[in-house]
Design a protein around this ligand. Sequence first.
Ligand code: PLP
Length: 335
Amino acid sequence: MPVELYGPVPGRTPVLHAVVSHRGRTTNLWLKLEQENPFGSIKDRVAYSLLSSIFKADLPCARIIESTSGNLGVALARYAQICGVAFTAVVDPRTSRKLVRQMRCADAEIVEVTEPDETGGYLLARLAYIRDRLAVEDRLVWPNQYENPANPQAHFAGTAPEIFSAVPVGELDVFLGVSTGGTVRGFTDYVRHKGLPWRCVAVDELGSTALGGLSAPRSLNGIGASRNSSFVTGQDCPSMRVTAAEAVAACDWVADELGVRVGSSGAAVAGALRWLRDGLGARDMAVVCPDGGDRYEDTIYSPVWRRAKSLTAQSNAEFPKVHSVQFVDNSLVLV
Ligand SMILES: Cc1ncc(COP(=O)(O)O)c(C=O)c1O
């Protein structure tokens, strides 16, 4: 029998509008808060879109398998549970224990790859495990978030138009974190398709090779990858790399001044703040915040973790002044 896609529809997440200024220049900062998706992150959109693509293809499917650094695994586990399909999450020792527990509670089978691959990361090892298992197991389906066009499509059809509905017409710089590159690809396709005067800016953690470059140890989870993205290159749009210290400082600024806790999204916020300080940004700057601080209590928001990673606090002098903060009326979001 074909499997049907059930479960809460992701999207229509809130946008927080902050009016900020730096050295006399006023900027509208628009934060798209993806933690308000049904299962807590932007990857709910991707999970929904991936599952829709494989269920429509009507493949014989008794179990789904996917490699995940956490967010996608939680979303797939919850949707698979609702749809009555078994799910295997292939994770590694860096995956948040909290997210692993959430996947387990949603009946997911957890396979933890413990041997790093030749890059020193675990992504290639996770993918090798999936390929080995696909070779021997019938009716096992891999959505493949790294190559499936349904990943960027979720942002082309959802995240990007929702921002379009929430911000004024005109120039906009949109800061997007990179892992698979699906978000950036969905946005760049949308901007081209609509002919918008938007600049997409890809933000990655220093040491990630998602957009090319040399690999080095990284501290943040959720953002970055140890191999090149199949969806985007460093040439597709302006890009920048930020340090974990910058991301953590940006998380603190957002929590203290705007009143919300974001997760590794702090990296994309840090990218926007850097452009703002350097006077590079447009009058309107949007940041897509993939998840919330609730998933980072043992890392970004833990003093112990910060000390272990030698991430010392930065001076507030370099942060913009905040004049007002308010949510954009969600009823205005027409998709
Ligand atoms: C912190 C962070 N940055 C960026 C992303 C976007 O990832 P991708 O490039 O796979 O769309 C995610 C996805 O969960 C994330 O958690």
